[in-house]
Design a protein around this ligand. Structure first.
Ligand code: MTE
Ligand code: MO
Length: 511
């Protein structure tokens, strides 16, 4: 007596659904908007002739998308069942089937505009689960078949059968749990996104680009960085999804009066707005872990003054909703700079990835010691008594930004016309300010660049210079001079422990 084809089909369906659920959960955890199934559904929609799409919308109304996804799931269940049944005789057909389905999913997610490649992770997770899960089930079924077929009384057929049922049952439960978790994770994100979209910050004004900030050289990074292009650095695998109504900040420790602020209380205060450039201590010379935005929020100096820091306190240990911590000099939060609890970036509520609903922004300090996203706790304390996330790992306790400059144009390795060559880029020394930028061609004399006009010392500065380059290979270098008279050092240092130094150079060819 052979195992019936039905059990192979069942295994195919259970493993198939488990793979889909794993992929869906992965997509939700990674905040990939398009889980593979939805992406395929959208791909089908896009390829559907207009008349049919029109019919679907007419007859199914706003349910057309759910109907399509449901229909796809039904088709998939049938495919999974057939793959399982066929695998009984020809195992590799099932493998091929799963791979083909994964390729379709990969094609659909990568075809979406703005796909970054992260979308591939859920597809790969799904494929691995399919192959691994099916291998397990097939093994259990084969054992069952062998035992049933033999007259060997040493093995109890009921026992091997039970093994298969336990396995498929377990996998089915895993599929249900993964699917449910995916739904929860996805909907928390969806709710926070919805609250964010509905939020009206009355006194937040949209950014108005300072007239002369740009040098207008194509290829230079935009002076204002769009939220979508702003670099992202954090340790949160799952980004916190905090509803503004749930947000609360506690300020405590070495203070005379502990303060708790709700979101409404925060935004009811006086709003401060400013262009501030934020960069990462891990930014290599010439790197792009830097961005400039119009931030709106509430000054920390006023809030901390109300709390009344006590004698001897020199640090504020900030804690994020996800447990990340950083130690910020108390002085930087209470002096005349615009250190703020930011609620908006470029005129819109903070994107979830950038710390929604509230993050800290401190001009002049690297992000790892200051720019706490999803901030929920501030303890006024002493540096001697704390050890924050990155300082524990060997990074410096204090992280003032270092003077730096970068060449964006010409691009590294590019070819330009011999003669007068335009060189341009950005320079920054937040809270001290850039006095001058100089370039040197092939080790020759330093010549001054023209600077864009910036509203304060807290932003980067665009610059533009011209060099005379004969036909041949060249190296152009840049250095900045700060408003404090400091000239950017040519001595190279790596990013650890407190930020890279050295001149950025670009090789190009003139023809
Ligand atoms: N909660 C939290 N906040 C954080 C971090 C983090 O890992 N977790 N990283 C910091 C670092 S190292 C930098 S450079 C900035 C980056 O901010 P961005 O991702 O908005 O560009 O956030 C800071 N705030
Ligand atoms: Mo950073």
């Amino acid at each position: 007596m052979r195992t019936s084809r039905g059990w192979w089909s069942l295994a195919g369906v259970v493993v198939g659904m488990l793979g889909l659920a794993a992929s869906y959960l992965t997509a939700a955890l990674l905040h990939v908007r398009e889980s593979p199934v939805v992406a395929v559904a959208e791909g089908i929609t896009a390829l559907t002739p207009g008349a049919i799409a029109e019919w679907a919308i007419q007859n199914l109304g706003t349910q057309d998308k759910s109907a399509l996804v449901l229909g796809m799931l039904v088709v998939l269940v049938v495919i999974f069942g057939v793959l399982g049944a066929v695998a009984r005789r020809t195992w590799w057909i099932a493998v091929l089937g799963y791979v083909v389905l994964a390729v379709i999913g990969a094609w659909a997610v990568l075809a979406k505009p703005g796909s970054t490649g992260t979308e591939m992770v859920p597809v790969l997770v799904g494929l691995v689960v399919w192959l691994g899960g099916f291998a397990l089930c097939a093994q259990a079924l084969r054992r069952w078949e062998v035992v049933e077929a033999s007259d060997d009384l040493a093995h109890d057929p009921a026992h091997t059968r039970r093994g298969f049922f336990l396995l498929t049952g377990g996998l089915a439960v895993a599929a249900a749990v993964a699917g449910a978790l995916g739904r929860v994770a996805g909907s928390a994100r969806g709710q926070a996104e919805a609250s964010r979209r509905l939020l009206r910050l009355e006194r937040v004004t949209p950014p108005v680009l300072p007239a002369a900030a740009r040098v207008e050289v194509p290829g230079v990074a935009p002076w204002q960085t769009a939220a979508d292009d702003f670099y992202l650095i954090d340790t949160a695998f799952i980004k916190p999804t905090i509803e503004p109504v749930e947000w609360e900040l506690r300020i405590h420790g070495m203070v005379d009066r502990e303060i708790t602020l709700t979101y409404d209380q925060l935004v009811a205060r006086e709003i401060t707005e400013d262009w501030i450039t934020l960069n990462c201590v891990s930014n290599e010379v010439g790197g792009d872990l830097i961005g400039n935005a119009w931030w709106s929020g509430v000054r920390l100096a006023g809030i901390l003054a109300e709390a009344g820091p006590q004698e001897g306190a020199d640090a504020v240990l900030q804690t994020s909703d996800d447990g990340w911590t950083c130690g910020t000099p108390l002085a930087a939060l209470t002096d005349d700079r615009n250190a703020m609890l930011a609620v908006a970036m470029n005129g819109d509520p903070l994107p979830i990835e950038h710390g929604f609903p509230v993050r800290t922004i401190v001009p002049g300090l690297y992000g790892y010691v200051s720019a706490c996203k999803w901030v929920v706790d501030m303890e006024v304390t002493r540096f001697d008594d704390i050890d924050a996330y990155w300082t524990q790992k060997g990074w410096a306790e204090l992280g003032p930004v270092k003077i730096a400059s970068r060449i964006d144009v010409p691009a590294q390795g590019s070819s330009v016309e011999a003669g007068t060559v335009v060189v341009a880029g950005s320079a920054w020394y937040q809270h001290t300010g850039i006095e001058a930028v100089e370039v040197s061609l092939d080790g020759g004399p330093w010549t001054r660049a023209t600077l864009g006009e910036v509203p304060s010392a807290d932003t980067w500065v665009q610059w533009r210079a011209e060099v005379e380059a004969d036909a041949g290979d060249h190296l152009v270098r840049v250095r900045a001079v700060g408003r404090n008279g400091e000239t950017q050092t040519g001595v190279t240092a790596g990013v650890l422990p407190d930020g890279a130094t050295g001149w950025h150079g670009v090789s190009f060819q003139a023809t």
